[in-house]
Design a protein around this ligand. Structure first.
Ligand SMILES: C[S@@+](CC[C@H](N)C(=O)[O-])C[C@H]1O[C@@H](n2cnc3c(N)ncnc32)[C@H](O)[C@@H]1O
Length: 236
């Protein structure tokens, strides 16, 4: 086992990184429940899908959503980003629709190779049970509505929700065509004044950056809400 995976080394690195991030976050947003954020981060100590600033920003966006907010995520994987969103929500009717094929089926070649390796190691062909377990371990099960589907097929199935969603987070297929199609399919689901956020803007996934850039120039979004790491959020 590599040195960095030894439990004691992993715990020490987590404590250092969490401490550093939370000192700044508590100063910036003293009104948010950072103890709840830390509880979720502790659960996902080994998290290769997002940095502290990115996870903290999702938590912040969800915390800033109204009570009983309806949230939708495209690309949930094992539920880490979904749980950071769930942690910020308030109200008994708050829900997160988690749209994913849970099989890493993606048209983005680089991602597909990564998922293949991952599923081989996992010895399974879906992350849905891991997603459910993470949600239930953290006590969020009632907030999750997994939608096991291809993204564009889900946008058709959920058409009744158009114009009702407070916050959407898109982190699915990272190819240019797929990201562009996701923006076109999902943006109409966001309420007026609601937020749509994307992962991997300005990352090595240059198709994502290009699609978001083009849609911004075309006037798809009303204004930029904020940026953290490679997450960019817009108001509709
Ligand atoms: C980068 S991972 C999501 C990571 C997660 N948001 C996080 O931060 O913890 C991308 C996910 O998108 C899913 N995905 C890729 N293309 C998809 C598509 N066309 N429809 C539905 N899900 C898709 C994959 O199965 C994978 O779980």
């Amino acid at each position: 086992m590599a040195f960095k995976h030894w439990p004691i080394v992993r715990d020490l690195r987590f404590a250092q990184k969490a401490g550093r991030y939370l000192r700044g976050a508590r100063k910036r947003r003293p009104d948010l429940n950072w103890a709840e954020f830390r509880r979720v981060a502790q659960h996902f100590k080994v998290d290769d899908m997002g940095s502290f600033p990115e996870r903290g920003y999702l938590f912040q966006l969800a915390s800033d959503a109204p009570a009983d907010a309806q949230v939708l995520e495209v690309g949930s994987w094992m539920g880490a980003s979904t749980c950071f969103l769930a942690a910020g929500l308030k109200g008994p009717a708050a829900r997160i629709y988690a749209v994913d094929n849970f099989q890493g089926l993606s048209t983005c070649g680089e991602d597909a190779a990564w998922y293949n390796r991952h599923f081989q190691k996992l010895g399974a062909n879906s992350t849905l049970e891991i997603f459910r377990q993470n949600f239930s371990d953290l006590g969020f099960a009632l907030r999750a509505e997994p939608v096991v589907s291809d993204s564009l097929a889900a946008a058709q199935k959920l058409a009744a929700l158009r114009g009702t969603i407070d916050l959407i987070f898109i982190d699915g297929d990272h190819s240019y065509d797929a990201c562009k199609a996701d923006i076109i399919a999902w943006a109409p689901f966001v309420k007026r004044g609601g937020v749509i956020a994307f992962h991997d803007f300005g990352s090595r996934a240059d198709g994502v950056t290009r699609a978001i850039f083009e849609e911004t120039k075309a006037g798809r979004f009303a204004e930029i809400v904020g940026v953290a790491g490679t997450i960019i959020a817009f108001r509709m």
